[in-house]
Design a binder for this molecule. Structure first.
Ligand code: AMP
Length: 301
């Protein structure tokens, strides 16, 4: 089953205690697509500026990523810059330059409108709604967002969430959106907004799935040398949605496995700067790490 993703393809500036990159390809849809394409066919809808060369576009080639929906506009690509704290747990955003993103109005190519799996990556909520109006009858719609949109466009976000099945966000965004500190209470609050499942990404503390079946937790993979957490959340979403679309099921067992594959993809992403580790990742490494997670959390009573 193919998977439609709409979101940012960008250039990022990243500073972490392990190095600095002034301009590296990034964007939520980039990380998502690279991760999800290990599991299923990905149809990418995004906008880039004229500074995004055909050489840059090669990052998507040779994979199961269709770029028919990659729109080129006059101007510069979305640019985002951040600096990470010593322990990589916190970051400050140094720049968010919307550029061609400011006038982005995603047009879903005719061959994608039957998409059964849709991921609305982190973009303005009114654009996310616009995408859903174009897609005919999706089976699962998942959405990511961030503080930037929660602070600026909360009403639009609430409207969009009415049509979303799975919300995939981090712990601080969960608290900000629900006004609840406790994550389980926050989940109950968010279910009233529309989604029937909430996936909470908690960085080095792992990830939680909360839905009608209760709570499922996956630990993060302990890494000796994490370097750059950028895009880990998007790669998580790519592993999660890619797995669900690839297996075509939405049983509790499938959702649990999707959580593990999300965790696997996030863990590889942080090993190197930008999407570098994802670019050279092999599918067999993914399955080996999923088995590692199984071992990490298995015990007998
Ligand atoms: P993450 O580390 O998973 O939160 O995602 C980081 C990626 O999201 C970077 O590659 C950025 O280019 C992209 N990004 C950051 N802020 C925004 C925003 N406001 N809208 C869309 N994409 C963003």
């Amino acid at each position: 089953m193919s998977l439609l993703v709409v979101g940012s393809v960008a250039f990022d500036g990243i500073e972490s205690p392990y190095g600095k990159e002034d301009r590296i390809i990034g964007g939520a849809a980039t990380y998502f697509s690279l991760a999800a394409s290990h599991f299923t066919q990905v149809n990418l809808v995004c906008v880039v500026g004229d500074d995004f060369t055909t050489k840059d576009e090669r990052i998507f080639h040779g994979r199961r990523i269709d770029t028919t929906g990659l729109e080129r506009a006059a101007g510069k690509c979305f640019f985002w810059a951040c600096r990470y704290s010593e322990n990589l747990n916190d970051r400050v955003t140094l720049a968010t330059e919307l550029n061609v993103f400011a006038d982005f109005n995603p047009k879903i190519p005719a061959q994608y409108v039957d998409a059964k799996y849709v991921f609305l990556a982190n973009i303005a909520p009114n654009l996310q709604s616009g995408v859903l109006r174009q897609v005919k009858k999706p089976k699962i719609v998942a959405l990511d967002t961030m503080n930037y949109w929660i602070e600026r466009t909360l009403d639009d976000l609430r409207e969009t969430l009415k049509h979303v099945d799975i919300l995939i966000i981090n712990d601080s965004e969960t608290r900000q959106l629900s006004n609840e500190h406790n994550l389980l209470r926050a989940a109950k609050h968010i279910f009233k907004m529309g989604p029937s499942a909430l996936v909470i990404k908690r960085g080095e503390y792992g990830a939680l799935l909360v839905d009608k079946n209760g709570v499922f937790c996956v630990p993060a993979v302990p890494l000796e040398e994490p370097r750059d957490p950028t895009g880990a959340g998007d790669a998580f979403a790519g592993g999660f949605m890619g797995y669900l679309a690839g297996c075509g099921q939405k049983s509790d067992a499938a959702l649990r496995r999707a959580m593990v594959y999300g965790t696997v993809m996030g863990s590889f992403t942080v090993e190197e700067f930008g999407p570098r580790r994802l670019v050279r990742l092999k599918t067999k490494e993914i399955h080996a790490r999923a088995r590692h997670i199984l071992k990490l959390s298995q015990f007998k009573l």
